[in-house]
Each structure stands twice: as C-alpha cells, then as structure tokens.
Design a protein around this ligand. Structure first.
Ligand SMILES: Cc1cc2nc3c(=O)[nH]c(=O)nc-3n(C[C@H](O)[C@H](O)[C@H](O)COP(=O)(O)OP(=O)(O)OC[C@H]3O[C@@H](n4cnc5c(N)ncnc54)[C@H](O)[C@@H]3O)c2cc1C
Ligand code: FES
Length: 283
C-alpha cells in the first residue's frame, strides 16, 4: 500500500490554476466528451493513473476531474467529462483552441508498486471507465510490468458505452481479457452481454492469491462488486477502489471531501478496502 497522500508527483501549483489549451474535443456519448489538453510548451502534467485535476474556466467554478489518459503518453493529457452542472456544462461548450485552468495533479494514485507482477482484475461502471482508462493505457504501454489483465466494464445501455473504439480494441487484444455488459439493450442493436457488471465476475477463472482488483464506478456498484470479488477469494487488502466526494480545495485544507477522519482529496481518491470498509457511509 502506498502511504503517500499526495501521490508520487509534485503538483505544479496548489492554488493557482495553470493555463492550459484544449487541443481537441471528441463526443464520447450525447452526455460525455473527451478533452485533450496541452500545457504550455508541451509540458507533461506529471500525473499517475488514478489522480485528478481541478478544472476551471474563468468566471466559473472549479470541478475535480480524473485524468483519463496514461502518463506513458506524453505531451498531452485527456479528461472524460460528463455534463453534470455548471462547470462541466460550460466545459462542454468549449472548442479546440480555448483555454481552461488546471490545478494539480492531486490525490493518491493507484498503487502501481503493489500491482507490479500481479494479475489485475479491473471492474468499472459508467463514468468510472475514465479514471480506469488511465490505468488500462498504462498497462498497455508497460506489458512486462503486470500479469494477466482482465477488464470488466458495465454501461447503462449500448449508447452509453464510453471510449467505444478503444473498448473494441481491448476486446480484440491478446493482452487483455475484456468483457463488456449493458444494463439494458436500449435502442441499439446489441449482441453482447446484458446484465450488471458484477454478473461478469462469478464466471471468471482467476488466481485469487496473485490478483489485485480495482473498482471504479457509481456508488451503488461498490458493495456488490466487493461481495463478488470476496466470493472469488480476493483478500480485502488486495481490493483497491476510487471514491468520489464533493470537493473544493482538492489539497486537504477545506474539509469538504471528508469521510470521517479521511480526506478523499489527499488520502484518496484511491483507497485500499480495509481503509474504508468500516467507515459508515464511505462506500
Ligand atoms: C476525484 C473525483 C474525480 C472525478 N472525475 C470525474 C471525471 O473524470 N469525469 C466527470 O465527468 N466527473 C468527474 N467527477 C465528478 C465531477 O467533479 C462532479 O460531477 C462535479 O460536480 C461537476 O461540476 P459541475 O460544476 O459541472 O456540477 P455542479 O453544478 O457542482 O453539480 C452538479 C450535480 O452534481 C452533484 N455533485 C457535485 N459534486 C459531486 C461529486 N463529487 N460526486 C457526485 N455528485 C456530485 C451536485 O450535488 C449536483 O447535483 C469527479 C469527482 C471527483 C471527486
Ligand atoms: S476538497 Fe478540500 S479538503 Fe478535500
């Protein structure tokens, strides 16, 4: 487990946003867009998979958004953003060439050290694929660092599947076992799995002793996913999860993101299960 609350990288600026340029905007679904962001001079963000940035637009509020791309892909970083309210709504109106503010990277990343050499079972639901994508790309780019990698992804409907092209590539890749499911078929012709993402766990053949599981998804998913992973014999100390809380400062000063004695922004957002399992309301 890592005990480094602020992650492995030093934030470029704690309180003052750095100006960054939107290099490209892609529609992922009718409600989510992918923003490719460049820092001045092509500088790298210096993040680790699992970390987030505070995104701002002059005259608007700020919002925490997970970095959706791997630090192994340099010269830019990407943010997958769902239109949820003021900041994300305004962000969706921006185009390539527009400027935004970035603070960070912040937060505790996935513990790549603890994952090294292990089999990975990555369970993601809905928007949770955005932070998970950073880890998946990292694994793609460092194939020798990890054992067998299984990625499970559940979306509400076929129309809601994020990163479609990449997901198809992962499904076809010999590097991963990638399984996708949808809660309901919706309007699209869909011949894949139908059911909750947690239903994909039971049929898996895994070596529980050498598996690290990672869960990122909507709050309702966690208890069920943990239950299924535990049934497979994966120990709580080998289950990592990324939690979301309303945030303001992002750097452990304001207390808005408190989960009892833990600050989601600095002690998390990535936690090992034993750290939060007994905290009421954490999961
Ligand atoms: C660590 C972290 C990583 C995140 N990563 C992403 C990401 O990659 N992509 C993405 O689209 N969103 C992400 N979010 C969620 C995003 O920050 C919220 O949706 C945020 O409220 C959007 O700001 P807004 O000004 O557009 O919405 P607001 O106008 O502030 O609020 C919109 C609605 O969302 C609710 N809300 C506010 N904060 C949260 C929260 N943390 N969790 C759930 N509901 C909230 C509000 O109560 C309100 O109902 C992340 C949040 C955290 C804490
Ligand atoms: S957001 Fe301020 S302490 Fe976490």
């Amino acid at each position: 487990m890592t005990s480094s609350p602020a992650g492995a990288t030093k934030p470029a600026s704690l309180y003052i946003p750095t100006r960054a340029r939107i290099a490209d905007v892609t529609d992922l679904t009718p409600h989510e867009k992918l923003f490719r962001i460049e820092l001045s001079g092509g500088a790298d963000l210096g993040h680790r998979p699992g970390q987030f940035v505070q995104v701002s637009i002059p005259g608007q509020t700020e919002a925490p958004i997970s970095v959706a791309s791997s630090p192994t892909r340099s010269g830019f970083f990407e943010l997958g953003v769902r239109r949820a309210g003021r900041l994300t709504g305004a962000l969706h109106e921006l185009r390539a060439g527009d400027e935004i503010g970035i603070r960070g990277p912040f937060g505790r990343p996935f513990d790549l050290g603890a994952m090294a050499g292990k089999d990975l079972l990555l369970v993601s639901g809905g928007c949770g694929l955005a932070p998970m994508r950073s880890l998946v790309q990292y694994v793609e780019d460092r194939p020798g660092d990890f054992g067998q990698v299984t990625l499970l992804y559940g979306a509400k409907s076929p129309e809601a599947i994020l990163f479609r092209e990449e997901v198809r590539r992962w499904e076809a890749s010999a590097r991963f076992a990638c399984h996708v499911t949808v809660d309901a078929r919706g309007g699209e012709c869909w011949e894949g799995n139908v059911g909750l993402v947690t239903s994909l766990i039971a049929p898996l053949q895994i070596d529980a002793e050498r598996t690290v599981a990672v869960i990122v998804g909507p709050p309702v998913m966690y208890r069920f996913a943990i239950g299924e992973l535990t049934k497979k014999g994966i120990k709580p100390e080998s289950i990592a999860l990324s939690l979301e809380r309303t945030m303001r400062c992002g750097v452990g000063k304001c207390g808005h993101c408190a989960i009892e004695h833990l600050y989601c922004c600095t002690d998390g957002p990535v936690f090992w299960l034993p750290e939060v399992a007994d905290i009421p309301g954490a999961l």
